[in-house]
Design a protein around this ligand. Structure first.
Ligand code: UTP
Length: 476
């Protein structure tokens, strides 16, 4: 919904009158030409064909949730193959590796979020994430991609979705850091769409006399933005077949995972997911389920407690697989969605959004006052005819940085990063000092350029010096 050319004032007036949103021009007389231009281009970008049907359904009231009649657990490929899957896993790994080697896989990071919980100024990708070198999230992923490129002798183009709010800062961060060693020709940034916030009566919120209150339209917007930005076309030119999708906030993610890509491709899936075993029945992650034969994520808040708590005869949870927002998506699938038209359900959140009242005064509400609408990428899963789920070890691949402190904070993430580094070292036969309670008694960071996976570390084990209690060790 971002656009370059803006409407004339008269056309804007007519557009708003026709859609009952004329208040957006209340202060036009007070604006200078640049501000007027800004407001008019935002009004131009409003798509009332999209917005108007949402007002009754999602804004003026809470949508009613119609739970499917039958919700079944979704089948999941286990971390380690069972006897009947050994051959399949071997073939999958071969296929995944051959797709990477032949340049058919791209990395895709969604980085358009507002990161409000982290309370960090600027794009979240600039957040210093690692325990010793304080590498930013952008640098961690860039080095991971470089390492995979080196390992397979192939180019992995990297697509990064920003938002209009953080696009310039994101590009500037890459330029200032020499693209973190990657070839700029293989890195593409593009902004996602924006949605206005609404007062509960359906009126669009005016954030200042010359600007609407706009926010990114959710990570689900990535499936459209890939198309509108030209990224899909670029992928097609490069012969990309599979897209490795991950979020900006998980420094432990395998940016490219041959086994996952291979299982997905071998089963001819269109969009696939990684899963972790939930830490507790009501853990705040989406639940993988099967609805009408399609893999469907049901949010923790929507899955009835009775189902969330239900157990199998062996004591495991029936719905034990949680989503961690890591996917492989077939490029063709995204192209077809856009070609044939698709829509994802909207999710409503009532948030505190400052606004200009009818007298032109700025109001800073202390209670949630406005409705924000977002789409979620996992809602595209049921649109896929085939979709696989691959279980992974949470400690190995998941250490999100969401909050400033506490759970899922930089502190907890760095601890997990150290634990994983220690696990890789121990697996390679290197002794890691541990405290009596088992915690690692050292600060350890492994550069992705040194080893991007445990096997790569094992190969280089002989070059690693012994680690003593209390050491601070950067392995690079
Ligand atoms: P989150 O759900 O953590 O949202 O996004 P957020 O906006 O980053 O953070 P909070 O909720 O305001 O604290 C998960 C991933 O999806 C991306 C984020 O950048 C993050 O990588 N995302 C989210 C987008 O790219 N666009 C969006 O509109 C929303």
């Amino acid at each position: 919904m971002v656009c370059q050319n803006s409407l004339s004032l008269q056309a804007a007036q007519e557009k708003l009158d026709a859609n009952n949103q004329s208040h957006l021009l209340n202060f036009i007389d007070q604006l200078n030409p640049e501000q007027t231009q800004n407001l008019l281009s935002q009004i131009d970008a409003l798509n009332f064909d999209l917005i108007n049907p949402l007002l009754d359904k999602y804004v003026r009231q809470e949508p009613t949730l119609a739970l499917p009649q039958e919700i079944l657990p979704a089948p999941v490929y286990p971390i380690e193959p069972t006897a009947d899957l050994v051959d399949k896993y071997r073939s999958a790994l071969e296929l995944g590796e051959s797709l990477i080697r032949s340049g058919k896989v791209a990395a895709f990071t969604v980085a358009g979020g507002q990161g409000t919980r982290l309370n960090f100024n600027g794009p979240k990708g600039n957040f210093p994430a690692t325990p010793i070198k304080q590498k930013t999230l952008f640098q961690v992923f860039a080095e991971g991609i470089a390492a995979v490129q080196n390992a397979y002798g192939a180019v992995i183009p990297w697509y990064i979705m920003t938002s209009p709010a953080n696009h310039a800062d994101t590009v500037a961060a890459f330029q200032a850091n020499n693209y973190f060693g990657l070839d700029p020709a293989n890195v593409m940034h593009f902004p996602q769409g924006m949605m206005p916030s609404f007062h509960r009566d359906g009126k669009i919120v005016l954030a200042s006399p010359d600007s609407l209150a706009l926010s990114p339209d959710g990570h689900g917007g990535s499936l459209r933005a890939l198309h509108t930005s030209g990224a899909l076309e670029d992928m097609s030119r490069r012969g990309i077949e599979q897209i490795s999708y991950f979020q900006i906030d998980n420094p432990l993610v395998y940016v490219i995972d041959p086994m996952f890509i291979g299982l997905h491709a071998l089963d001819q899936a269109e969009m696939s997911s990684k899963a972790v075993i939930k830490a507790e029945p009501l853990e705040k992650v989406g639940n993988f389920t099967l609805v009408d034969g399609r893999v469907t994520v049901i949010e923790y808040s929507d899955l009835p407690d009775k189902l969330a708590q239900k157990r199998n005869p062996d004591g495991s949870l029936c719905f034990e697989s949680g989503s961690i927002a890591i996917h492989v998506i077939k490029r063709d699938f995204v192209a077809q969605l856009n070609q044939h038209g698709f829509s994802l359900p909207w999710h409503r959140a009532v948030k505190r959004v400052p606004y200009i009242d009818s007298n032109g005064a700025l109001v800073e509400p202390d209670q949630p006052n406005a409705v924000k609408l977002e789409t979620f990428v996992f809602d595209a899963l049921p649109l896929a005819q085939r979709s696989i789920i691959y279980e992974i070890d949470r400690k190995e691949q998941f250490a999100p940085i969401k909050n400033a402190t506490g759970t899922d904070s930089v502190e907890s993430s760095q601890q997990l990063q150290i634990e994983r580094a220690a696990a890789w070292l121990e697996r390679a036969g290197i002794t890691v000092p541990r405290k009596p309670d088992g915690a690692v008694d050292a600060q350890i960071e492994i550069s992705p350029l040194f080893a991007h996976c445990p096997e790569a570390l094992t190969e280089k084990a002989s070059s690693i010096k012994p680690i003593n209690p209390g050491d601070c060790v950067y392995i690079a």
